[in-house]
Design a protein around this ligand. Structure first.
Ligand code: NAD
Length: 506
């Protein structure tokens, strides 16, 4: 039986937070989240928000923005303090936060601990930017002046996924607050407590009430209301491509701004001259971190013919060394999948792969002591996979990887690009000019050369093609929450300016 959550009092509670007040949902509705490592345990009992609740949360955020509560919009020092203090509080509560994430996601503690640290770093980074939102000034030959002023976009609806709940929330909340926005956050229903615990900590800072509101509940109700509410200026969404398309279509109704961080199907191109040891370790990190439930997961190993056998045998050896099990144990490398439905999806793709391609390792749901009550699946690799097949084209969101070979650089680039997604990719070659050439031609938001899944907050994250619109992290992540306004001031002092003669004769 899983010991995850042993030191947490279960079930965790996860109330709504509206205008600074924690509370139950209207009507007292609650939904339960099971522990994916031990489904006999209820991990979280969360408030199931209603339309009335989300409307109250939207009103609170709107009022906080429109009334410029406590000078929130202009007082960057206050915003800076709130963000720095949040990072501090996260670090002071890191052990609990990591346990909550590990419990709800099934993420091994060895990944949950750095996950919390990464989320705290995001708050620090944007705290540092809150006071550096400069505009631009330009003086025309007439002496008139153009001031380009950057302003917060307004009230933002943040809709987040479950797979990395704290960093995904931090990537939106921190830059939005640095910009001076006010928010309604709708967390994924698998991980309500992780978001609640973070936003609860934020309310221990000097953040004014109403600036950040949290409403958990069904996406098709709570999320959908946020998307269509005319009181919300922007939606920042991370989740499946299908949900993102639906949101973009509905948000278009009132020309709402939308940022989308969607699915991926990352290629990992390995040339004959690659360092096998380094390339295979980096591949494993991308393939099986969080059981492959990652938008940027390495899902397609695209390997040059000459290195195929040696590289694959190194990858398979490392894969067989992965310990699948209880996420709370330090020895565990890979935990369970998030849910029974995700397990079914993974099984279905594996069944398809078994019929069509060559299974190299894995392929089974795990049974027996410690496994029977959780969604544990073996890390799985298929070889000789046709890149046009479902296995290489569709996001599986599990520990299933497809290997395909290529002859030359041109074919590698073609295979890497031959998918609807374009989030991330890896390139391995000892020939740096070649690695750079290939990196330039792969159509994806991030390309790693000689590394994998590095996501420094100073960089960016976001997709080409159907992987999304917009960028998170770095300065670009802040700009996603800013509007630019022109303020034009006359410098001529003339009462009758030359253009007026087009309408006035004297
Ligand atoms: P999901 O689309 O099922 O849900 C995401 C969020 O949207 C949840 O909070 C959900 O409740 C809400 N939602 C669902 N239907 C909605 C609707 N009709 N209107 C408004 N909101 C709605 O995705 P998920 O299963 O939580 O997350 C996994 C997906 O997220 C994968 O596809 C993964 O690739 C993607 N993802 C992308 C990134 C990235 O940065 N590109 C990062 C993490 C995850």
């Amino acid at each position: 039986m899983s010991s995850t959550g042993a030191s947490l009092q279960l079930p965790l509670s996860s109330p709504l937070i509206i205008k600074g007040e924690e509370g139950d949902a209207t009507g007292g509705f609650v939904f339960e989240r099971e522990n994916p490592a031990n489904t006999r345990q209820v991990a979280t009992a969360a408030a199931e928000g209603s339309l009335e609740d989300v409307r109250a949360a939207i009103d609170a955020a709107r009022e906080a923005f429109d009334s410029n509560t406590e000078n929130w919009v202009y007082n960057y020092k206050l915003r800076e303090q709130v963000l720095f203090r949040t990072a501090q509080l996260m670090r002071e509560n890191a052990d609990r936060l990591a346990k909550v994430v590990s419990l709800e996601v099934g993420m091994p503690m060895r990944q949950a601990v750095p996950h919390v640290a990464a989320a705290a770093d995001i708050f620090d980074f944007y705290a540092g930017l809150a006071g550096k939102i400069y505009g631009e000034t330009f003086t025309l030959p007439t002496g008139s002046m153009i001031n380009l002023v950057k302003e917060p976009i307004g009230v933002v609806g943040l809709i987040t996924p479950w797979n990395f709940p704290l960093t995904q929330t931090a990537r939106k909340v921190a830059p939005a607050l640095a910009a001076g926005c006010t928010l309604v956050v709708k967390p994924a229903s698998y991980t309500p407590a992780a978001s609640y615990e973070l936003i609860k900590l934020m309310h221990q800072t000097s953040m004014p009430a109403g600036v950040v509101n949290l409403v958990s509940g069904p996406g098709r109700l709570i999320g959908a209301e946020m998307v269509t509410s005319t009181k919300i200026d922007k939606i920042s969404f991370t989740g499946e491509t299908g949900t993102g398309k639906d949101i973009a279509a509905r948000a278009a109704h009132d020309v709402k701004r939308v940022s989308l961080e969607l699915g991926g199907k990352a290629p990992y191109v390995v040339f004959d001259d690659a360092d096998i040891d380094a390339a295979s370790r980096a591949a494993i990190f991308g393939m099986f971190r969080n059981a492959g439930q990652a938008c940027g997961a390495t899902t397609r190993l695209i390997v040059q013919e000459g290195i195929h056998d040696a590289f694959l045998s190194s990858v398979v050896e490392l894969t067989r060394g992965i310990e699948v099990g209880d996420p709370s144990l330090q020895s565990t490398d890979m935990g369970p999948l998030i849910s029974s439905s995700q397990e079914r999806v993974v099984q279905e793709y594996v069944d398809f792969g078994m019929d069509a391609f060559k299974l190299v390792t894995g392929g089974n749901k795990l049974h027996g002591e410690g496994f029977d009550n959780g969604y544990y699946f073996e890390p799985t690799i298929f070889d000789e996979v046709d890149n046009s097949s479902r296995l290489s084209q569709e996001e599986i969101f599990g520990p299933v990887v497809a290997v395909t070979t290529f002859k030359d650089e041109e074919e590698a680039i073609h295979l890497a690009n031959d998918v609807d997604f374009g989030l991330v990719a890896g390139v391995w070659s000892a020939d740096y000019p070649r690695a750079m050439r290939v990196a330039r031609r792969i159509r994806a938001g991030t390309i790693w050369i000689w590394d994998n899944y590095a996501q420094p907050v100073e960089g960016i994250w976001g997709g080409y093609k159907q992987s999304g619109i917009g960028r998170e992290l770095g300065y670009y992540g802040l700009e996603d929450f800013l509007e630019v306004k022109q303020i034009f001031t006359d410098g001529t002092g003339l009462t009758m300016k030359p253009p007026y003669a087009q309408v006035i004769k004297q």
